[in-house]
Each structure stands twice: as C-alpha cells, then as structure tokens.
Design a protein around this ligand. Structure first.
Ligand code: CP3
Length: 361
C-alpha cells in the first residue's frame, strides 16, 4: 500500500450543522443531504455529462467539481458529496471494468479464485490524483459547506468483482466466502487496502467527512457479517481515524436493520439507516448493541415517497424528524439514493422543510 501526503490543513467549519450533528453536538438545524444528490435527477447534470463516459467524468477534476457543487447550489443542502463511484478506485488501479448504462458496473474478468485474487493490482495514490485535484477545487468552491468523501466497503466491492456485475442474490460471492475463507479474506484485505488508499487520498486533499458505502451488506446474516466482513471494514475506519482523527465517519448499507450495532462498532461515528427501520428503533438497537454509546443516525426517507405528492412527503419528513430526536444526533437523508426520475423541486422542498422544522433559535 502507498500512502498519500500528510493531511493538509483542514478547513475550520466548526459551526457547520453536518459536522456538529455528526459529532453529537447541537446544530442550529438538522443537517440534510441526499445520497445521489449529484447525478441523473438534475437536468444541469445531464447537460454537463453529455458525451463523457461515467468513469472518465470521475477522473476529470473540473467536471467532478461542477457536478458535486450543482445540488448545493440548487437545493441548499448541508453537505456536498464528491461525485465519483465506488468502483472508480478499482478502475483507476487497472482492473478491467466499465459502467454500462442501464446495468451498472461490469467487470471484464470476474475474480473467483486464489490466482485471480493474487493478480489483483493495488491502488497507487498517483492513479487517483485527479480525485485529489477535484477535492482541492471543491474546497475553494464550496465556502462553508462541508464536503463528504466516500468509498465502497470491501464486501460491496467484492460483490461486483466476484459476480462480474450487479447481483440480486450474491450467490458467487457467498460461495467464495464459505468455500474458501482464506481466499475470501485475502480478497477483502486487498480491497480494504485500496479503499483505505482512496480515502486517505481524499482526506489528505481535505474532505470534511467520509462515508463508507457497504450498500449490499444487508444481504448477509449477522454471523457472516461478523466473520467475513466486519474486521476488514473495521481496519478501514481505524486507518481513517489515524489519518484524520476529527473527521466524522459515516457507515451506510441497505437492509441492514439487523447489522446496525455491528456497523457502528466497526468504528463509525454515524450509522446510516434505510427506510425499513424507524430512526427511534434504530437508536434503540444501537444503544442495546453498544451500551453507553450515544448513537448518531443518518436517514431515512424512502426515496419512493418523493413521488407521493406534497402532503405525503411533508408528513413523512415530519415523522422522521420526530423519530430522529431519539438519537444523540440526526443527519437527515434518504434511506438510499435519489431515484433518477425524482422531481428535483421535491428535494428542494424537503431541504426547506427540514431546516424550518428543526431550526433552533
Ligand atoms: O446515476 C447517476 O447519478 C449517474 C452517475 C452514476 C453513478 N454511478 C454515480 C454514483 C452511474 C451511471 C453509476 C453506475 C453505478 N455504480 C450503478 C448503476 C447506477 C444505476 O442505477 O444506473 C451502481 C449500482 C453502481 C455501484 C455503486 N455506486 C454503489 C453500490 C454505490 C453506493 C451508493 C448506493 O447507491 O448504494 C455507488 C456510489 C455512487 N455512484 C455515487 C454516485 C454519485 C456516490 C454517492 C452518492 O452520491 O450517494
């Protein structure tokens, strides 16, 4: 593993609601941002992306800066999230993969045995230098708005590499895990190294918070999560904490109601919750799993509810704000990413409502 330059002077955003809430303090209003806020729901995004393939766009600093800033300008969200993709560091490291429209990431040669794992290249900092450059451009562009960096967690990355693309049942991934644990752990170790190099690069460039996406971890039993996944994600959070002790760490997955406590104990400051578990229940589970902890949660409006009309959206936002008060802190978000056909004006209205209803004088 190669290490990026030491962490540069991070911006002092002491009062930024997102950072205050993530650290368990009392922000002036509940912060709100949306997973996938930068992207296909925005006409201004479709316009600037036209003609540029996704992975190439992720390695073009000016484009990343523009796309990342678009939802901040339009919606007034409390954070920007770097425009990238979880497979970008794998691509940058030289693994043959592409993002295919309408499908998602597709891997040329799926990784299914010890030889393929041994042959996987590791990521070098220079290979993601354009991402570091994009972060630097963004810090100048965003003013007081925090920038969230992110990476995919080893299990979710492994699922794409082993299956060869998106998967409903993750059967080849689980087969490797159970039939050849040594190869499985070697694979996750390599992926954790890559993720850590990618996150350290973003931290060195100055991101204000990080989110680890283990989007598909909810496919696992608690037992399998603990044995085959948790130690690797834990190592990533430790590495982030060592590189940047004050930077809040968010851990997110879909369908992870049974895993919330473990996802917190992996080393997260904030646990992402999808729409299936109410935030007050999520806070209860986190306290039960880690006694003495004061959990901070992120979520959890069902992205499909954004299609249900103004009244329904308002009711759901109010409910979630009320349930979020059961935790020591709440970062308002969706339970998963913005769907492509979402009306952007509905997102703007959610931001206004969250700010108005949660304002503290
Ligand atoms: O859809 C868009 O907004 C346009 C750009 C795009 C992204 N990813 C942005 C992205 C495209 C075409 C992809 C490809 C992709 N990558 C897909 C298919 C997307 C689709 O539905 O067409 C998938 C499933 C991936 C893999 C992936 N990328 C995962 C599992 C995650 C974690 C978040 C999640 O949805 O579970 C990502 C991260 C990601 N992809 C982000 C962005 C802007 C970053 C995080 C964010 O903004 O929330």
């Amino acid at each position: 593993m190669t290490s990026p330059a030491p962490v540069s002077a991070r911006r002092d955003l002491t009062d930024a609601p997102l950072l205050v809430a993530a650290r368990g303090g009392t922000p002036r209003h509940t912060p709100v941002w949306f997973m996938r806020q930068a992207g296909r729901s925005l006409p201004e995004y479709r316009k600037v992306r036209e003609g540029t393939p996704m992975l190439q766009a992720c390695l073009t600093p000016e484009l990343v800066c523009e796309i990342t800033a678009q939802p901040v300008r339009r919606h007034g969200v409390d954070a920007a999230i770097l425009f990238s993709d979880i497979v970008l560091p794998l691509y940058a490291a030289g693994i043959g993969l592409d993002i295919v429209a309408g499908t998602g990431p597709v891997v040329a040669e799926p990784v299914r045995d010890a030889a393929a794992v041994a042959a996987l290249p590791e990521l070098h900092v220079e290979q993601v230098a354009p991402v570091a450059e994009a972060v630097r451009l963004l810090l100048a562009e965003l003013g007081e708005t925090p920038l969230i960096g992110f990476a995919g967690a080893p299990f979710t990355l492994a699922s794409y590499l082993v299956e060869g693309g998106p998967s409903r049942n993750h059967e080849r991934t689980k087969a490797l895990m159970h039939s050849d644990p040594a190869t499985w752990h070697a694979l996750l170790e390599k992926l954790a190294d890559t993720t850590l190099t990618f996150l350290r690069t973003q931290l060195a460039a100055g991101v204000d918070a990080v989110q680890l996406f283990d989007s598909w971890a909810g496919a696992l039993s608690v037992r399998d999560y603990r044995e085959f996944v948790l130690p690797h994600s834990e190592r990533i959070f430790q590495g982030v904490a060592e590189a940047a002790p004050d930077v809040p760490k968010i851990h997110f997955g879909v369908g992870t109601g049974e895993l919330l406590g473990d996802m917190q104990s992996a080393g997260a400051d904030v646990v992402g919750v999808d729409w299936r578990v109410p935030l007050d229940e999520a806070a209860r589970r986190l306290r039960a799993a880690n006694p003495g902890s004061d959990p901070v949660v992120q979520g959890n409006l069902d992205p499909a509810v954004l299609f249900a009309g103004e009244d329904a959206v308002r009711r759901e936002v109010s409910r979630i704000l009320a349930e979020g008060t059961a935790a020591a802190g709440h970062l308002f978000n969706l339970g998963h990413g913005v769907l492509p056909t979402t009306d952007p004006d509905v997102l703007t209205a959610v931001v206004r409502q969250v700010h108005a209803e949660s304002a503290r004088s």
